[in-house]
Every structure is written in structure tokens, then in C-alpha cells.
Design a protein around this ligand. Structure first.
Ligand code: 4NP
Length: 164
């Protein structure tokens, strides 16, 4: 397929789940030597946190596993995202429904649930950790790490390269 693949992770606020997915997937793609062929970003379907850093609890939980979320800033899903990305990956069904309702008929991007790439998903959706405790943020990381590995294999096939 093409020379680069664009991947956009989507949640509700773009301060917990999707920035975590962006940072984890980017780290794994870099380790596999594929980052230069990818365009990786995240956004929210809601606008409450636009311009803000990720939630402090998400930054802290990710830092414990070696991922740096501190430079990310929230933005909202935009119409041109449907043409700029190949894959729009939603964290849950509600956000996927929002994405699909907004998609134009000529959208380039495929719209799917992110955990569809998890090799052995214990749940179908990445649970919203915003109103819970630190455990929820660790669960997000567990799900996102496993799904990122599956996504990396899928993207390697799209780019016609073997994963490292
Ligand atoms: P996220 O989590 O969608 O994973 O970023 C949330 C962040 C904020 C809110 C809800 C979920 N909120 O209601 O403000």
C-alpha cells in the first residue's frame, strides 16, 4: 500500500485513554523502526479539555511504564481527520458511534474499535478511567499495550514490512 499510514486514536476527552494510546503506540512503532512511516495522533469527540495536557493520573501511570504524555495537548475531532488518516480507532462504542455519525460518505479513514487489534481482548472497549482511581489507569495501559502490539502487526502488513 502507501508509503505512510495515518492512525488517529479517539476517546471522549482526549486527556486519558487516547493520549495514552498515542504515546504507547508511538513508542512501540519507534522501537520497531516504523515511526518514520507513520502519522500518529489522538483527539476527543468532546471539546471540554481542548488545549489541555493529559490528566495528571494518566501522565503518572504512563510514566511508571516509561511513556511520556506530558507534551501532548487535547484537541477535538475535525472534519479533515476523515481524509488525513487511514485508521480512526475509537476507545469505546459510544465514541465509535460519534465518529461514524460524523464521517462523510467519501471518508478515506476506516473507523474501528481499537481493541479489535487486541490479540485476546478481555473486554471490547477501553473503560473510561476518568471518574475512578489509579487502578483504572493501569487497566487502560494493559489494554492499550496489548492492542498496540496487534495494531503494529496490522500496520506492518499495510506497509508491507515484517515486524521487528
Ligand atoms: P478520556 O476520559 O475520554 O479517556 O479522555 C475522559 C476525560 C474527561 C471526561 C470524560 C472522560 N469528562 O467528562 O470531562
Amino acid at each position: 500500500m502507501g508509503d505512510t499510514v495515518g492512525i488517529l486514536f479517539v476517546c471522549l476527552g482526549n486527556i486519558c485513554r487516547s493520549p495514552t494510546a498515542e504515546a504507547v503506540f508511538r513508542a512501540r512503532a519507534e522501537r520497531a523502526g516504523l515511526l518514520s512511516r507513520l502519522h500518529v495522533d489522538s483527539c476527543g469527540t468532546g471539546d471540554w479539555h481542548v488545549g489541555r495536557k493529559p490528566d495528571g493520573r494518566a501522565i503518572e501511570a504512563a510514566a511508571m511504564r516509561g511513556y511520556d504524555l506530558s507534551g501532548l495537548r487535547a484537541r477535538q475531532l475535525a472534519d479533515d481527520d476523515f481524509h488525513r488518516f487511514d485508521l480512526i480507532l475509537a476507545m469505546d462504542r459510544s465514541n465509535l458511534a460519534h465518529v461514524r455519525a460524523r464521517a462523510s460518505h467519501d471518508a478515506r479513514a476506516q473507523q474501528r474499535l481499537f481493541l479489535g487489534f487486541h490479540p485476546n481482548p478481555p473486554v471490547a472497549e477501553v473503560p473510561d478511567p476518568y471518574h475512578g482511581g489509579a487502578d483504572g489507569f493501569r487497566q487502560v495501559l494493559d489494554l492499550v499495550e496489548a492492542a498496540s502490539d496487534g495494531l503494529l502487526e496490522h500496520v506492518s502488513r499495510m506497509l508491507d514490512v515484517s515486524p521487528a
